[in-house]
Design a protein around this ligand. Structure first.
Ligand code: CDP
Length: 201
């Protein structure tokens, strides 16, 4: 039987950590849909055309090195405004969501567009400053030389582009449980997410 958990939210809100923990807790599969857009963005930075790159995407593309860099994040959010790019990625995401045994998908439009009938919907958010702080620490830990103000600027630019686009803009589904992690530890955020999913089981 399928059971879909949709987890949406802005850049660096902790969706990845929360999604992995929820998937592990319930024994569900997990898909980070941001990686699909990042893989397309990386292809475009390498000279490909966005829609063609999205249509030709394979599982191996998700293993490409460097997908977590800030340059690729910006390229991802630029290709993500294109309705044809988004359309090319729908079937893969819906098939993943429908797999037997349960699935957690995290992204921007999972609860609103990709899986409007998801059994559980969460919207994980935090203040822009706190999100930038977390992303800054993550990038530095991975060896990137970063300036905090640049990371904050990057997060804000992507939030604006993701929220203001016409195609599947970032917003909570009406029936999503909002988890604001600004003042929550990772453990508390994960516990809140697990409780919200458990309530729908
Ligand atoms: O990890 P982070 O939250 O910073 O970003 P991500 O989830 O990897 O997503 C990268 C970009 O892909 C976002 O800024 C969005 O523009 C786009 N995206 C999207 O449009 N729809 C999704 N379901 C997932 C990501």
């Amino acid at each position: 039987m399928s059971f879909t958990v949709a987890i949406d939210g802005p850049a660096a809100a902790g969706k990845g950590t929360v999604s992995k923990a929820v998937a592990q807790h319930f024994g569900f599969a997990h898909l980070d849909t941001g990686l699909l857009y990042r893989a397309v963005g990386a292809r475009v930075l390498a000279g490909a055309e966005a829609v063609a790159a999205a249509r030709a995407l394979t599982a191996e593309d998700l293993e490409t090195e460097g997908l977590r860099s800030p340059e690729v994040a910006q390229a991802a959010s630029r290709v993500a405004v294109e309705p044809e790019v988004r359309a090319a990625l729908v079937d893969f995401q819906r098939a993943f969501a429908a797999r037997a045994g349960g699935a957690v998908l995290d992204g921007r439009d999972i609860g609103t567009v990709i899986c409007p009938d998801a059994a559980a919907k969460l919207f994980v958010t935090a203040s822009a400053e706190v999100r930038a702080e977390r992303r800054f620490r993550e990038l530095v830990a991975r060896g990137h030389v970063m300036d905090f103000d640049m990371v904050l600027e990057e997060v804000r630019a992507r939030d604006a582009r993701d929220s203001e686009r016409a195609a599947a803009p970032l917003k909570p589904a009406e029936d999503a449980v909002v988890i604001d992690t600004t003042e929550l530890s990772i453990e508390a955020a994960v516990a809140a997410a697990i409780a919200a999913v458990e309530a729908k089981r």
